[in-house]
Design a protein around this ligand. Structure first.
Ligand SMILES: Cc1ncc(COP(=O)(O)O)c(C=O)c1O
Length: 353
């Protein structure tokens, strides 16, 4: 759900992408983004495009052709990371786990020691499965061999702590439409000084011009025209981040966890099971197993037609097997949880008849 204040902000007059007012706004956005990412990284900005543009910026800049790219593959978006690495001409090596499970530090260390990838990537909050990966398990292993760590924080930023500097993530990217409660269209991204040093030393030229981080940094820091960034989307991001700052990140994280716990209790009360083991779940995307004999399509249709509530089904190997229930931003509150559980119970009953 887009925060109502964000809608209001988007109605402001559109200024040009080189307007001093626009740059002033960017200067205010960057510290707020740093707080959300939990970092002091100078290179913290928003790429024009959705979360996938953030992913492609991370992979295209830091994964060179011929280099070794290690992917922790336990879900749909990890597969997308691997595919982007393959398209960059990297040698992609994978450590696999069933969808819904996460990697332990021992597993990550074994993989990284054995393969010695130049860069590794993992999905912090895997939206396709509902699993939350502990970043430390991967960053500690990667530090041993000097691999750079890319983290997909598309679903975590603004809803769950990313704590880049504390966890040792080198590059994190996200989106505007999930934990930040804005419309889609911008991809916040942050890169550590270590990552930027590696980028400066890059041997092969970057194929992508639009996503070239060094050029983007010249736009942000050097005020040098790069592309016509959308003022309206940046107004939205600016306001979305102000809303978060006013609530306080800690309060916002707690609110997501409280709603998650209430939802899980209700889901279990309806006799359904969560897909991911307790302790490894994302609070803001709740993945629930579809009970035997129930059509997920029927349930979702009932919810949409009768209540105007949109939940998602499973992707890839989980298609037809799970429901994915988003509970983030303004929706993460007791009233919404109660309203949803009533509607969900009704939809399950209707689909079982
Ligand atoms: C974990 C994750 N990574 C990447 C993406 C891609 O983001 P977008 O659809 O905004 O391009 C998504 C989208 O849901 C996602 O959940």
């Amino acid at each position: 759900m887009v925060d109502p204040r964000v809608y209001d902000a988007m109605t402001k007059s559109v200024v040009g992408c080189m307007d001093p007012f626009f740059f002033e706004m960017l200067d205010q956005i960057r510290p707020m983004l740093r707080r959300a990412f939990g970092t002091q990284n100078e290179i913290t900005l928003a790429v024009s495009g959705t979360g996938s543009a953030g992913m492609e910026t991370a992979v295209a800049n830091f994964v060179e052709p011929g280099s070794k790219f290690g992917v922790f593959a336990n879900g749909f978006f990890a597969e997308r990371l691997a595919e982007m690495g393959r398209r960059q001409g990297a040698v992609v090596v994978r450590l696999e786990k069933p969808w819904g499970e996460v990697f332990s530090e021992e597993e990550a260390a074994g993989f990284v020691r054995g393969e010695k990838p130049d860069v590794v990537a993992f999905v912090h909050a895997e939206t396709s499965t509902g699993a939350l990966q502990d970043p430390h398990a991967i960053t500690r292993a990667a530090r041993e061999t000097g691999a750079l760590v890319i983290a997909d924080t598309v679903t975590s930023l603004g809803a769950i702590p990313v704590a880049m500097d504390e966890t040792g993530i080198d590059i994190a990217y996200s989106c505007s439409q999930k934990g930040l409660s804005c419309p889609p269209g911008l991809a916040p991204l942050s890169a550590s000084p270590r990552a930027m040093e590696r980028l400066q030393a890059r041997k092969s030229p970057m194929h992508e011009w639009y996503l070239d981080l060094r050029l983007l940094a010249e736009y942000y820091d050097g005020r040098k025209y790069h592309h016509t960034a959308s003022a309206s989307l940046f107004y939205a991001l600016h306001e979305g981040l102000r809303v978060i700052d006013e609530e306080g990140l800690g309060n916002r994280f707690d609110r997501h966890w409280r709603s998650h716990r209430a939802l899980v209790k209700g889901i279990e009360g309806l006799g359904l099971c969560m897909h991911v083991a307790e302790g490894h779940r994302i609070p803001n995307v709740n993945v629930v197993r579809v009970p035997d004999g129930v059509s997920d399509i029927e349930v979702r249709k009932h919810l949409r037609d009768k209540y105007g509530i949109d939940i998602l089904g499973g992707l890839g190997v989980l298609a037809g097997k799970v429901f994915r229930i988003g509970l983030m931003g303004p929706l993460a509150n007791d009233d919404c949880v109660r309203m949803f559980l009533d509607a969900f119970g009704d939809a399950l009953r209707a689909a079982s008849q």
